[in-house]
Design a protein around this ligand. Structure first.
Ligand code: NAD
Ligand code: WQD
Length: 339
């Protein structure tokens, strides 16, 4: 069993990953500045598992916070979630995105080097792929120039980590390219809690269903897809969390830097998501068709064969499970962790 530092561990994907790490018997230290999360998620993770973790309120851009974390705990590997993730916001305040996501990742790897820790799992995104690639997307396809600053920071950090592992063979780095994470832990005690108006489809759907928003705007119904609406690869957050454990296992026994897609391999349209949500949960989701959203592609889904064969990972949950679990979380926590 290993001692894992989880940056951004209080957030949506981080909290689910902490839970799976504790369940698997690992020790967990979370470093999070709580800029987009609350400590309540970590309290609930500990309640659900009956195990405790260590929490440091700190910032990945601050070398003192990082050095203190490594000095106080004997860390074997780092899972790096901390960062900013709102695509629209990244166009308005690019420097903050460069600072948290790029400078923060550099500070983190420098602190790791000082502490002699060289195993890293990084939260990347399918957004790094060139938009000209045709789905299913696989890891041998070219990356592109993401249309927004958020995506650009993911691409830059991937490239920096690849160069680092080439220059210094002590490093062992996993780049996990997430597709569209949705769902929540089965208990409904932890889940996605976006601040303000959600940017992503799933929290918007659940907030309409719970009465917090009037109706869903479906961004375009004239794409070249099954029903004209955008197609994405939705992946249950618990499956995604488990991919981090598989990647850790792989990296503790290997060197270099390698990318893996983490998606189900199935594409679903926005209308399919809405209709299946209504059917599975027995609630209505009011909607309108709105113009296309700038920067959206018609279709994006994964070829996940590399993760299946090399990491021994599989996605266990269906779209129905994802939608039932998202609703279970939202219903129990209509205003998120503030409830
Ligand atoms: P989240 O906002 O819920 O979690 C990120 C956490 O990082 C938050 O708890 C926040 O407080 C913390 N944080 C932000 N800046 C920090 C800093 N400078 N120092 C310390 N902590 C900081 O987001 P999430 O959905 O859980 O995403 C986790 C990671 O996965 C992010 O890197 C994100 O870019 C990446 N990712 C997310 C998605 C998605 O759709 N959710 C898709 C692909 C990749
Ligand atoms: C999904 C589909 C929308 C909201 C984004 C980031 C990506 C990654 C995941 C972090 C699309 C449609 C959405 C709404 C809608 N994040 N939609 N009405 O755009 O695939 O990916 O989140 O790394 O980098 O770009 O996800 O959930 O925003 O959209 O019709 O209110 O739902 O047009 O077809 P996306 P999404």
């Amino acid at each position: 069993m290993a001692n894992i530092l989880v940056t951004g561990g209080a957030g949506y994907i981080g909290s689910h990953t902490c839970l799976e790490l504790l369940e698997a018997g690992h020790d967990v230290v979370v470093l999070d500045n709580l800029s987009n999360s609350s400590e309540e998620s970590l309290k609930r993770v500990q309640e659900l598992t009956g195990k405790s973790l260590k929490f440091i309120q700190g910032d990945i851009r601050d070398p003192h916070d990082l050095d203190q974390a490594f000095a106080t705990h004997k860390i074997d590997a780092v899972i790096h979630f901390a960062g900013l993730k709102a695509v629209g916001e990244s166009q308005k305040i690019p420097l903050s995105y460069f600072d948290h996501n790029i400078a923060g990742s550099i500070q983190l790897t420098q602190a790791m080097e000082r502490a002699g820790v060289f195993n890293l799992v990084f939260s990347s995104s399918a957004t790094v792929y060139d938009e000209a690639n045709i789905s299913p997307l696989d890891e041998t396809m070219p990356t592109g120039m993401p249309s927004n600053n958020y995506g650009y920071t993911k691409l830059i950090v991937e490239q920096l980590l690849q160069k680092l592992a080439i220059a210094d063979p002590r490093w062992s780095i996993a780049l996990l390219r997430y597709f569209n994470p949705v769902g929540a832990h089965k208990s409904g005690r932890i889940g996605e809690d976006p601040q303000g108006i959600p940017n992503n489809l799933m929290p918007y759907v659940t907030q309409v269903a719970v009465g917090r928003r009037e109706k869903l705007s479906i961004y375009g119904d004239d794409y070249d897809t099954i029903d004209g609406t955008g197609v994405r690869d939705y992946i249950h957050v618990v499956d995604l969390a488990n991919a981090h454990l598989c990647a850790l296992n792989n990296r503790l026994n290997a060197k270099g830097c390698r990318a893996w897609n983490i998606g189900t391999g199935n594409g679903c349209s926005v209308l399919e998501v809405k209709n299946t949500f209504e059917k599975v949960n027995g609630v209505a989701v009011a909607y309108e068709i709105a113009p296309r959203r700038s920067g959206d592609v018609a279709t994006s889904f994964a070829n996940n064969a590399r993760a299946v064969t090399e990491l021994g990972w599989t996605a266990k949950y269906t779209l129905e499970d994802m939608l039932a679990d998202s609703w279970n979380w939202q219903k129990q926590n209509p205003t998120g962790y503030q409830s």
